[in-house]
Structures are given as C-alpha cells and as structure tokens.
Design a protein around this ligand. Sequence first.
Ligand SMILES: Cc1cc2nc3c(=O)[nH]c(=O)nc-3n(C[C@H](O)[C@H](O)[C@H](O)COP(=O)(O)O)c2cc1C
Length: 441
Amino acid sequence: MTKKFHLAQYTMLPVTHHSTATWKHPRTMKGGWEFDRPEVWQHVAQVCENAKLDFFFSADTEGVYSDYQNSWRPAVRYAAQVPCFDTGTIMCWLAAATRHIGIVQTVSTAAIPPYLIARRMATFDHLSRGRAGINIVTAFHKNATRNLSLADSYHLQHDNRYDRADEFMEVCYRLWDSWDPDAVVQNVEGDMFADPSKVHAIDFHGEYFQVAGPLNIHRSPQGRPLIVQAGQSKRGTEFAAQHAEAVFSIQRDRQGMKGYYDGLKEEMVRVGRNPDHCKVFFGVQVFVGETTDIAREKAALHNAMVSPEAGLTMLSGHLAHDLAVEDLDAVAAHLKVQGLQGLIDAYRDSGTERDITLRDMARTHGISVSVPQVAGSAAEIADWMADTIDAVGGDGFLLSPAYVPGSIVEFCELVVPELQKRGRVRRGYGDGTLRDNLLAF
Ligand SMILES: Cc1cc2nc3c(=O)[nH]c(=O)nc-3n(C[C@H](O)[C@H](O)[C@H](O)COP(=O)(O)O)c2cc1C
C-alpha cells in the first residue's frame, strides 16, 4: 500500500534558516519583499497552507553564536542565524493570516518559567483555533546561557538540561490540565462564569520549579499544544520518546535516518507509548527545476555562494566548540564536543561520509546545517522522497529553504502537486486541530 507522509516548513526567521548563503542569494527577497516585514512571512505561510503542509515551524535561540575564534563577531558578519526574530511574536502574525496550517514556535526551557510558557501556548492555541505547536529546546550554546543569567556550567551539563526540561513539561502538563473541559459554564442566572470545583491548583514542588497554579486560562482547543522536539543524543531521544508528538532529525542518508527512526520508535515502546503517536520529520534542502540540469545549476549557484568562514562560524556555534583551534583536515567523527554532538554522529553513522574532514563538514554545514541536499525535477524529487519513506519507514520531511520566498514557492507549486497526484501527501485539511491532522495518517 502507498504510504502517505507529512510535510513541514522549516525557518529560522528572518535571514539565515539553514543556509548561510540565503541572505545574499540573488533570488532571495525578489519582487519587493523585505525580510524584516511580516507580510513576506505571512505570504510564505499562506503558500504553505495552499499546498496543505502540516505545519510551519520557526526555530529560535537566545544569543549570538560566539564560539568561532572565541567571538560573536564572525556570527554577526556572516549572518550565522543572526538576526533571529523572537519566534513567539512572529508566529502570531502568521497565525492571523492563515486558517488551517499548524504553527510551531520554539521555546527554551532555560529562558522562561513554565507558567508563562503554559499561558503563552494556551493563548496561542485558543487564538489559532487549535493550531499551536511548541518545539522544546534547552539552550545549548554558551552565549545563550550567558544571556539568560545562567551559570556557564548550565550549557555544559547536557543531561541535566533534559532533567530540567522533563520537570518543565510536567509543570506545563499540569497547568494545561488544571481546567476541566467543562469548567466554563457562563451561567448568568447563577452568576457563575466558571465552576471553581472544575479548576484545580497544581501545588507543584520540584527540583527546579515551584508552581501553585491553576493556570489563569481555560482549557484550549487541543488541551495542550502539539509537542515537538529535536533531540539527537541518547538523552535527547529519551526525552523525545517520553514527550514528543513530532520530532525533527538531521541525518545524512537513509542509513542514518533508519537508525534514528528505529531507535526512537523502540524507545517509545520501552516507555509505554504508541510509536505511531510521534511523527519523525527528516530535514531536506530541495532544489527543484523544470529539468534536472536546471535544478543542479540552482544548487551549484547556491553552494558556490557559501563562504568557508561562514560554515566554520555556524558549525562552531552548533558544536559549541571553536574550530579555529582544530586541524581542519582531521576526520570530523573523532571530535567530542559539548554542543550538538549528534551533528557529528550523523556523519559517523552515515553509509558514505564516515571519513569527512572538519573542513568539508563545515562547508556542508554552511550550505544547509548538514541537512541533505536533493536537486532534480519535480518527478525526481517526488521519487526521492517516496523511496526514502519506503526504505526508512519515516513519517515526513522538514523542508529547509535555500532562498526565500522562491525555494518555498517552487517546492509548493512544483513538487507538492506531484506528490498529491501520487497519493503521497494530503490534498486537504480535516476539520480538526493540528494534532488531529497529524495523527490522521
Ligand atoms: C531541525 C532542528 C531544529 C532545531 N531547532 C532548534 C531551535 O530552534 N533552538 C535550539 O536551541 N535548538 C534547536 N535544535 C537543537 C535541538 O534542540 C537539540 O539540542 C539538538 O538536536 C541536539 O540534540 P541533543 O540535545 O539530544 O544533544 C534543533 C535541531 C534540529 C535537528
């Protein structure tokens, strides 16, 4: 039977996303668009909605990568995910301009107390009519830690960050559940808006958080936002298996994807969850053209615009490790870092790139944050996606844009109809929430 899969749009607003060439690409922001105006992102979200993508996602971080050359200056110079809009703010603009597509924002468990996040997401879920999703992250880099008044040791204690995140989620769940579904009665004769017996304090006393409750917002359409996560390490995968309903993963090839997918689903079974209740999205950067040659030329033009320094800056930031002091011709797989070790492991676990050098890894990282790149005609891209899902068993793809809005529009206009024709992706939304749509297949 033909397996259907899901599509989601990745962004890190407003200029870099995954590619360090996006801001200077000749096709970026053509036609009068400006990257810091909301209209362009509303337009992009509407394009994604017209193509019936499951959700629009925006990543976020609380600082400027400051690892390469032990300075934040290279990150500013090369736009290494700087500037970075506050995701909670921009996503409200996008929700207001759309009706059906899910809207997933990023929340760091180190930045804001869980009570405030539970409020923000309950508000967002009400106002978006059940389309809210939350990507849970733990602030992995040094500059974010320093901006959040945390001790430097915070970002070094990888597994403890997840212990804190577990507790953060527990508080949020209890707050989201603190109003029974039928608590709001609006009984004018009895002078009762909500029935106090159906609203509950939580009186939470944990290691990291003390929260009385109840939430000061009634239960939202989804009860709780869709929980999204992107842990790649053992501890990160345990966290995902416990909490996530969608996960993002960057893997270099099908072998890596299969290893990640099977590992996560096994872990879900181990913790007693139905493995179908968390959808795995693999990152992919697509270049589509009317012919294979046109698509390849597009990819080549883009890749040639990535400077080695930009790649080193972004990779150092993600690894929380200064590559300026490393031998760039050494094999990357040997490096042990405090940051996103999973990025290195993805090469180690791939079938073809085990011996990649740090120099080449940095170049690939500047191109797409190591998300695999696929170039071809719409039919070829559809073939690659369908074959990947059939080989891996995965649930969908997270689309990484190279130039905006162009590459997003091209994917939606050329590849999505091809996938729809083959019965591989949705043709329409159901009446329900983001979660209902995601669990429909
Ligand atoms: C597609 C994708 C998106 C991510 N988005 C963010 C983000 O917005 N903010 C952030 O701090 N980390 C982000 N991360 C990092 C993850 O939250 C996680 O820390 C990382 O994948 C390493 O996994 P680990 O924490 O298990 O070591 C993202 C990772 C991936 C693969």
